[in-house]
Design a protein around this ligand. Structure first.
Ligand code: NAP
Length: 255
């Protein structure tokens, strides 16, 4: 039996790549597409919906979401409330929202995944960075994305920062008396260290974590050159969430 998949945000850069991945896997079946601004009624025989409410009672197993930060929480809630296991790549969730969605998934007995990054290299970078931060507590995160990205810092940078916060003893970095002559010059502060967001055309999704210590430095870097880099993670997520009974945050929870 194939896993029936809905793709929300199917016309976007990530959503359209996910549609092709689902279509290319015989174990998966694309059953519905969602985009509030779509004009077409169907694509290759797959029905297109413009309002999520029209999917109430629809027969599907998994809700793949690559939409926009401002609707991601409502969409994920909707999926759980209607029996679709969410696999969400959309970024911009707060810690409270994630905790609420995990609680809702337990109540419903449904699996789910919110993954700020589906690329295996990015997962490894996060783990290595957290480990290194125990020994190199002075660090800065620089995330670099295409210039159409709506949220900053990236979900990957936030997740990396959270993992570092768990591993590293708190340290307020920089000079005690440092001052910004232009606001924002030192980036965003998180647990005493800084996060910088670069937005440029030509980029896809990249991140560096730079560590500094007495007389030495260490740089960890991951690059997604193409959105295909996220698809094995999305595929794994779809196949895993249908076997589980609660939502998890981070692809590493399923590896
Ligand atoms: P994008 O190209 O702008 O695609 C988003 C699509 O969602 C657009 O086609 C948009 O339509 C549509 N949309 C907006 N509101 C919607 C709604 N309520 N329901 C359904 N569809 C809706 O953006 P993208 O580059 O694909 O990125 C999408 C999200 O994935 C972002 O949050 C991004 O940060 C994240 N992302 C995650 C990963 C990961 O590995 N987890 C990797 C890359 C990107 P309109 O354009 O008509 O508004």
């Amino acid at each position: 039996m194939s896993i029936k998949v809905i793709v929300a945000g199917f016309k976007g850069k990530m959503g359209s790549t996910a549609v092709n991945m689902v279509k290319g896997d015989q174990e998966l079946e694309l059953v519905a597409l969602l985009d509030p601004f779509a004009d077409e009624k169907e694509v290759d025989g797959v029905p297109v919906f413009t309002a999520k409410e029209a999917l109430i009672g629809f027969e599907a197993d998994v809700w793949v979401d690559f939409t926009m930060p401002k609707v991601a929480y409502e969409n994920t809630r909707f999926a759980l409330e209607n029996g679709f296991a969410p696999v969400v790549g959309t970024t911009g969730f707060t810690e409270d929202q994630i905790a609420e969605l995990i609680a809702l998934s337990k109540e419903k007995g449904l699996g789910g995944l919110i993954a700020p990054n589906f690329a295996i290299g990015a997962i490894l970078l996060m783990e290595f960075a957290a480990k290194a931060s125990k020994y190199f507590p002075d660090l800065e995160i620089i995330e670099l994305h295409h210039d159409k990205k709506k949220d900053a810092p990236s979900g990957t940078a936030v997740k990396t920062a959270e993992l570092i916060r768990e591993a590293r003893s708190y340290k307020k970095q920089g000079a005690e008396d440092e001052e910004e002559s232009i606001a924002g010059a030192r980036g965003a502060e998180f647990d005493g260290f800084r996060i910088h967001s670069v937005r440029l055309p030509g980029l896809v999704a990249h991140q560096e974590v730079i560590f500094g210590a007495q007389g030495e430095g260490l740089t960890l870097r991951h690059d997604s050159y193409d959105r295909i880099s996220f698809m094995s993670g999305v595929n794994l997520g779809i196949k895993e969430v249908v076997k589980r009974d609660q939502l998890v945050y981070g692809l590493e929870q399923l590896l």
